[in-house]
Design a binder for this molecule. Structure first.
Ligand code: HEC
Length: 159
């Protein structure tokens, strides 16, 4: 009988052990149950993607292939030393601040916010050289190296 009681206690202790060991097993399951919400987050991010889908309009300026080809030609045609010799900040201040402001986010005359701009150097050169909408073309106003230098400068205004 004493042995049976002892065995009973041992059994109880063992089952307690099994239960307590079982708990950590449950925890990962709880963790696994916690995993589905990220799926919801993925859904949220796809919702965010649809918002992003509206943004690419500013990623490209809508420059034509011919305008982009011309921009490539301009970039390839100017030497680095010539670009570095340009006081790009001064040029920007003189020719761009009326609409874009010193920090790039003045947005006067429907000017695009340059701090939010994501366009490539090529697109930028094309935009400045050919102009667009209310933005005047700077062809003949700025030298090619000045256009490239200013295009590089405005990247610094981005957030
Ligand atoms: C007369 C006002 C005006 C001036 C001056 C001006 N811009 Fe703009 N800029 C605009 C407008 C308006 C847009 C938007 C054009 C559009 O998409 O219809 C724009 C767009 C841009 C974009 C495209 C941004 C993007 O993400 O799509 C760049 C780059 C840019 N300007 C650079 C310059 C630079 C550099 C100068 C100076 C050399 C300059 N702008 C001078 C009005 C101006």
């Amino acid at each position: 009988m004493k042995l049976n009681k002892f065995a009973g206690i041992v059994f109880l202790l063992l089952s307690l052990l099994v239960i307590s060991c079982g708990e950590p097993d449950n925890k990962p399951k709880k963790g696994a149950k916690d995993l589905p919400p990220p799926k919801k987050e993925i859904r949220k991010s796809t919702a965010a993607n649809t918002i992003k889908d509206e943004k690419p309009k500013t990623v490209t300026t809508g420059a034509t292939p011919a305008q982009l080809a011309k921009a490539k030609e301009i970039i390839a045609g100017v030497k680095n030393e010539a670009i570095e010799a340009v006081d790009a900040k001064k040029k920007y201040k003189m020719f761009c601040t009326t609409c874009h402001g010193m920090t790039g986010d003045l947005n006067v005359n429907g000017a695009k916010d340059l701090t939010l701009s994501k366009i490539s150097l090529e697109e930028s050169v094309a935009q400045i050289y050919h102009g667009k909408g209310l933005m005047t073309p700077f062809k003949g106003i700025l030298e090619n190296e000045e256009i490239v230098a200013v295009s590089k400068y405005i990247v610094k205004l981005r957030n």
